[in-house]
Every structure is written in C-alpha cells, then in structure tokens.
Design a protein around this ligand. Structure first.
Ligand code: IMP
Ligand code: MG
Length: 177
C-alpha cells in the first residue's frame, strides 16, 4: 500500500476497535434473549461484521447478501439489483442488517423493502459509517458507528475501485489530478 495515496486518517484502527466493542455491547443488550440472523451486505461489510459478531454475547446466525446500485444523478433515481441472495425464507426471524456505509440511502431503502416482503419478526440496521449530509431517502438506523463528513472513505472493508479494503484504518483518499 503506498502511503501517499491516503490524504489522511479519518478513523484509526484503535478508534474503530473501541467503537466496535461498544456497539457489540449495546447490541448484545437488545438481543439478550433472541437468536437473530445477522445479514452482512457484501462486499464492504466483511471486516466490520467479522469484528462485530465477535463482540456479541448472544447466539446468532450469519449470512450475506450482495446488491448493486446504479443511479442516474441527473434524475436522482436509480435501481438496486440483487446480485447474490442465498437467504430465502426469513419469516418470523429477527434480522440484523450490517452495512459499511450509508450515503444517499437508496441501497438500504431497496434492501429493507425486499426483506420486509419476506415477513421477518423484526429488522434492525447497524452501519459502521453514515454521511448524514448526503441522505436522499430516510433510513431508520438503529446502531451507527460514526458519522462522517461528505468525503470518500476507504479501508476497513470500504473500497475505491475495488482497492483499499484491507487497510486496517479508515482514510480519505487523495485524488491526484
Ligand atoms: P447509498 O445507496 O448511496 O447509500 O450507497 C451506499 C453504498 O455506496 C455503500 O454501501 C458503499 O458501497 C458505497 N459508498 C458510499 N460512500 C462511500 C465511501 O465514502 N467510500 C466507499 N464506498 C462508499
Ligand atoms: Mg456497500
């Protein structure tokens, strides 16, 4: 990894670790007597979910789903396509969705709608990051790691063009023109 590609560190490895442990404790209080299905949204959530579930003190199942979003910025509309969905029947189950970052909110809005149609007992949402200033649709976030400014974040699962996911911290990319 070439250090000059990162403009600055937004969240250090230590800051992330501390917050993930806190989130794990907070979520564990709410699910003490439940066995939810924890659904990670691929690919961005893979590191967050791996750390987070190890901070849970309740039993849970873990599964993944992958969606891709295409937006028309000029119209402010778009479609969300399900690329990988092995989950199937979730009727009567408690669902905890794990996302890396919520930006406009379109991806989660579509995914929540899809999962609600399958009649789960409950759906809660946990995101590591959120950019509130970018929101276009209202999303009910139950657990959030950090609010960040409108900057492009990479690392700890988040990518730019498929790269930087393996950085142990979250940084802002330096765009060279
Ligand atoms: P939304 O549908 O606009 O909320 O987009 C959410 C998705 O866009 C996330 O799951 C990420 O894959 C991607 N994304 C949004 N902002 C960032 C960022 O700052 N860094 C990396 N990926 C991002
Ligand atoms: Mg994502």
């Amino acid at each position: 990894m070439r250090p000059h590609e990162i403009d600055r560190v937004l969240l250090s490895q230590k800051q992330i670790q501390t917050r993930v442990a806190e989130l794990g404790r907070e979520i564990s209080l709410d699910y003490a007597d439940k066995t939810p299905l924890v659904i990670g949204i691929l690919n961005g959530s893979f590191i967050f979910i791996a750390d987070l579930v190890r901070a849970f003190s309740f039993h849970c199942q873990v599964a993944f789903i992958q969606v891709s979003s295409y937006y028309d910025d000029t119209k402010g509309s778009g479609t969300v396509t399900i690329k990988y969905d092995p989950i199937g029947n979730i009727e009567g189950q408690d669902i905890l969705i794990i996302e890396d970052i919520i930006d406009s909110g379109h991806t989660l809005s579509a995914l929540l709608e899809l999962l609600r149609q399958r009649n789960p007992a409950s759906i809660r949402l946990c995101t590591l990051l959120t950019k509130p200033s970018r929101r276009e649709v209202d999303i009910p976030v139950d657990y959030c790691g950090f609010e960040i400014p409108d900057e492009f974040a990479v690392g700890y699962g988040l990518d730019y063009a498929g790269l930087y996911r393996n950085l142990p911290f979250i940084g802002v990319l330096k765009f060279v023109v």
